[in-house]
Design a protein. Structure first.
Length: 109
């Protein structure tokens, strides 16, 4: 069996295209599914992942380490955002038995 058909060249444009697709999916998830807060948090994580791919891609293209270091900072920020966001959602769900955005927006003081 010839496996040369399965080879995909990975270059600067491939990773940029992949990160653009992830960014569009993330923004689509935020603006279309506004009612569910868990999907909104997952969409924000996708956007941050797309930004990380761009930083690492640029870092490898420019042969510089700053993009990779900045990507690590974004990863730690995304992890903290996910942990705090999910903790707030669990606490709110225990109080109201729902995590829909419409109900959450009624508690603005």
């Amino acid at each position: 069996m010839d496996t040369s058909i399965l080879w995909i060249p990975l270059n600067l444009g491939t990773f940029t295209d992949m990160s653009s697709i992830l960014f569009v999916i993330g923004t689509f998830g935020i603006f279309v599914t506004r009612r569910n807060l868990i999907i909104t948090l997952m969409s924000i994580e996708l956007i941050l992942l797309a930004v990380n791919i761009n930083f690492i891609n640029g870092s490898l293209f420019l042969d510089d380490l700053f993009g990779q270091i900045f990507a690590l900072f974004i990863l730690t920020t995304a992890a903290a955002e996910a942990a705090i966001g999910l903790a707030l959602l669990i606490g709110y769900y225990r109080l109201r038995d729902s995590i829909e955005t419409i109900i959450v927006s009624t508690i603005k003081g």
